[in-house]
Ligand binder design. Structure first.
Ligand SMILES: NC(=O)c1ccc[n+]([C@@H]2O[C@H](COP(=O)([O-])OP(=O)(O)OC[C@H]3O[C@@H](n4cnc5c(N)ncnc54)[C@H](OP(=O)(O)O)[C@@H]3O)[C@@H](O)[C@H]2O)c1
Length: 333
């Protein structure tokens, strides 16, 4: 490793937040003891918010953003990893209160790293990143209904925000798990892609934007909701008895205006999903399922690999919903 390398530095100059790709010295890295050569990072909605202004999550400047990374261990520090091990890091407040993945090298806490299964590459790990990881958490939450009901199958499931980073992988994973997936989208022109991911039916999101009835039709054994608000309220109202609604996002709204009726008359469960602080045991389980449940050939069609310099120009488009598909970052480009 050279003593200097490239990183994207977020800084605060007066009230203005700036972002520049700069050569930094190894001594600049300060969190953790495991030195990782970063091969890839990804761009999630949260990354774009942090790049804009720190999103209230970054407490100290200058800062290196990037909530995900994959790479190779160069110095094992206090960990039980071996030099040369390929590792994945998502969440754990990296890129928020700790320096993140938008850098050619990262110094991280050993507890944050997961050894990458060998069946997929470091690049593929970041094609998923936090978004794909969250989809898998949601899908397994929905499938838990089968255990609660002693084997009754989860058949019909709804995925909202279906063309998004989380929604699209949730459509794929739930299809692979044997469910009939109905995808909710505002983008009718993406129907072919949603079908390629496995969606059996596609609903226009406008159809779920009316005020919900206290108890709608019992349509869904499970729901993966990435948008919140009235769409989530409608999904809850239309869930079958004992159905599980996994809520992970607020792409539409933070608020949820519902009643206790679906919960007390149908025993519906609202299951919150957090990918950031989840246990390592759970992380290892989720990553171990990837090669069975993810078809990277399909996801690869929608990937754009960009440099740190390009990211500085691209991130505002994410906030405006103008990016189709997923951006991954190659800091060595
Ligand atoms: N809990 C966690 O740990 C966790 C982890 C990752 C992400 N998240 C959250 O999950 C959400 C989705 O993340 P993502 O990475 O998938 O974001 P994304 O790629 O931007 O996708 C969000 C999707 O939601 C739909 N959408 C956007 N604006 C909407 C609106 N006003 N009303 C209804 N639908 C709308 C769009 O899909 P269609 O056009 O197909 O409808 C869009 O593609 C975000 O809120 C994110 O913060 C949470």
């Amino acid at each position: 490793m050279t003593d200097t390398f490239k990183a994207l530095i977020l800084n605060k100059e007066g009230e203005e937040v700036t972002r520049k790709v700069t050569e930094i010295n190894k001594n600049f890295l300060k969190h953790g003891k495991v030195l990782v050569k970063v091969d890839y990072s990804s761009v999630n909605f949260k990354d774009a918010l942090i790049l804009k202004n720190g999103a209230g999550l970054v407490k100290e400047f200058p800062h290196i953003p990037g909530i995900d990374l994959s790479g190779t261990v160069l110095e094992k520090g206090d960990s039980t990893f071996n030099e040369g091990d390929e590792v994945i890091l998502t969440g754990c407040r990296v890129g928020e209160i700790y320096f993140g993945g938008y850098s050619q090298y990262a110094l991280v806490n050993k507890e944050f790293l997961i050894k990458k299964p060998k069946e997929f590459s470091n690049k593929e790990a970041m094609i998923l990143g936090t978004a794909g990881f969250t989809s898998l958490l949601c899908a397994f939450a929905v499938k838990a209904r089968e255990e609660l009901l002693l084997g009754e199958k989860v058949n019909d499931v709804l995925v909202t925000g279906a063309t998004g980073g989380v929604g699209s992988v949730a459509v794929m994973v739930l299809t692979k798990l044997g469910c009939n997936v109905t995808a909710v989208t505002g983008k009718k022109d993406q129907s072919e892609y949603l079908k390629e991911l496995g969606a059996k039916n596609i609903i226009d999101r406008k159809d779920l934007e009316a005020e919900p009835r206290a108890l709608g039709k019992g349509l869904w054994d499970g729901v993966v909701d990435t948008v919140g608000g009235v769409i989530l309220a409608n999904a809850i109202s239309n869930t079958k008895h004992s159905g599980i609604v996994a809520t992970c996002g607020n792409a539409s709204d933070n608020k949820l205006n519902t009643s206790v009726i679906p919960f007390i008359l149908r025993g519906i469960k609202l299951w919150g999903i957090d990918s950031v602080m989840i246990s390592n045991k759970r992380r290892e389980f989720i990553w171990s399922q990837v090669s069975k449940l993810i078809d990277f050939k399909i996801l690869n069609k929608r990937i754009k690999e960009i440099s740190l310099e390009e990211l500085v120009n691209e991130y505002p488009k994410i906030l405006k919903g103008e990016v189709a598909g997923r951006l991954i970052i190659n800091p060595n480009k």
